[in-house]
Write a protein that binds this ligand. Structure first.
Ligand code: ADP
Length: 184
């Protein structure tokens, strides 16, 4: 089963992806986490993307697509994947579709978490994870990029008809229950 977990920064994708991964027994692939780990370890990829993440901008499509398609070749993902933070542009979505269709696979569920913008800003600024992109100014940039470049991905999948819109306001468990209901 292949699932995309979609939504703006601060919507709770990472939290829910982890719970879904435990519940469904399918690994989570979080592009943001992979980039942050590479930055911490100062790998060549980390050095390449550090200033981009710091600024709250998007890593170039080619870099992200190569990363994700290489990762998905691993045996861990033989039963599927929960994608968190990818695809984030229509180009990425199209590349993913090509990759999956060559394997005779598809996206089974596209789950989008709806959270009002005021709450997103509040959550990010109070989550205290020490992320360099969690400042008021960077959050503004990230939300603008989300609206301009990422939200069109939602329409792309709406046209394909696999979208489940989930209310992303409530407790972690409430939201997780909504997701479970949408997937079963
Ligand atoms: P959030 O959803 O809170 O913005 P993420 O951890 O998903 O956090 O992403 C953090 C950063 O990693 C993004 O702002 C961007 O710089 C980079 N990134 C993650 N995924 C992608 C992607 N699919 N395409 C381009 N950049 C990405």
């Amino acid at each position: 089963m292949n699932i995309i977990l979609f939504g703006p920064p601060g919507a709770g994708k990472g939290t829910q992806a982890k719970k879904m991964s435990d519940h469904f027994g399918i690994p989570q692939l979080s592009t943001g986490n992979i980039f942050r780990e590479n930055i911490k370890k100062e790998t060549p990829l980390g050095k390449k993307v550090k200033s981009i993440l710091d600024a709250g901008r998007l890593v170039p499509d080619e870099t992200v697509v190569d990363l994700v398609t290489d990762e998905l070749e691993k045996n861990d993902y033989k039963n599927g994947v929960i994608l968190d933070g990818f695809p984030r542009t229509v180009n990425q979505a199209e590349a993913l579709e090509v990759y999956l269709s060559e394997k005779g696979e598809t996206i089974d569920y596209f789950i989008t978490l709806d959270v009002p913008e005021e709450e997103l800003v509040e959550r990010i600024l109070s989550r205290g994870e020490g992320r360099s992109d969690d400042t008021a100014e960077k959050v503004k940039t990230r939300l603008k990029i989300y609206r301009d470049e990422t939200e069109p991905v939602l329409n792309y999948y709406k046209e394909k008809g696999a979208v489940k819109e989930i209310n992303g306001v409530g407790s972690i468990e409430e939201i997780f229950n909504r997701i479970k209901n949408a997937v079963s």
